[in-house]
Design a protein around this ligand. Structure first.
Ligand code: BTN
Length: 255
């Protein structure tokens, strides 16, 4: 598959090679097809349109051609960073910072990896691991409220809607990649605790009543005492103070 255009950024780890395509089945699948090539580390695959874009839990991810920033990055992080909760926190915080820069809006992280502005979803993240790690994200950029309503997505928003003006693809791409790169550099330099602190703040549920949905289909209600990469502390009647490994949690919502 031949890109329409290639570019380079003066970043450290990702974006030094950017391949832009008009249409691909899925940028995540394209990035994964390079996972046997260590030289492809940090390559960014961007598409205007995906014919089989994938979301979490095997869902389809659809976007009008040209409406969204659709990209995937291939990376080979060291083993200690290959934990979904750490990778997800890194991407969520970095993209939230990029959205803030582009629009001025406050962004919340909804467990595990949705980004919300004013309670509406603006970005979805799909991180997949095989030989390498593929970080995929779909950032709504140019959609109107009428378009979301017509698609049956009243709880979605876009950069343009939030900013009140059009945000072009290249500005969004540049901001997102620079924040991802800087955050990845900090993680490689051992700054896990710093990321954990910002992530916790952006989830914004400490001290509040929450519902935890587990991967096995069960759920529990309680008060969120604390959260970190090594455990989510829940206080509930049944279990006075329980520390739950993040890997067991599928959803964490305020209630
Ligand atoms: C979600 O379900 O919220 C995650 C959506 C992730 C979509 C992005 S778009 C670019 C990349 N390629 C894919 O096929 N999926 C991700």
């Amino acid at each position: 598959m031949t890109p329409r255009e290639t570019r380079r950024l003066d970043t450290r780890h990702l974006g030094r090679s950017i391949l832009l395509f008009d249409a691909v089945p899925s940028t995540n699948d394209l990035a994964a097809s390079f996972a046997a090539d260590p030289d492809a580390a940090g390559t960014v695959f961007v598409a205007e349109h995906q014919s089989s874009g994938r979301g979490q839990y095997g869902r389809l991810w659809q976007a009008r051609p040209g409406s969204s920033l659709l990209l995937s990055v291939l990376l080979f992080p060291p083993p200690e960073l290959r934990r979904p909760v750490i990778l997800t926190a890194w991407v969520a915080v970095a993209v939230a910072d990029a959205i803030r820069d582009l629009t001025g809006a406050q962004v919340r992280i909804k467990w595990p990896n949705d980004l919300l502005v004013g309670g509406k979803k603006i970005c979805g993240i799909l991180i997949e691991q095989s030989g390498g790690v593929v970080v995929g994200l779909g950032l709504n950029r140019d959609q109107t409220a009428a378009e979301f309503d017509a698609a049956g997505l009243p709880d979605a928003t876009s950069l343009g809607l939030v900013a009140g003006k059009r945000i072009d693809r290249d500005s969004a791409l540049d901001r997102v990649l620079r924040h991802l790169d800087a955050g990845y550099d900090r993680l490689l330099n051992g700054e896990r605790r710093e990321l954990e602190t910002v992530w916790k703040e952006r989830v914004g549920l400490i001290g509040q009543p929450v519902r935890i949905d587990f991967a096995d289909g069960t759920a529990r209600l309680g008060r969120l005492r604390d959260m970190g990469f090594d455990g989510i502390e829940l206080q509930s009647g049944e279990y006075a103070n329980e520390v739950i490994p993040p890997e067991r949690i599928r959803g964490l919502t305020g209630c």
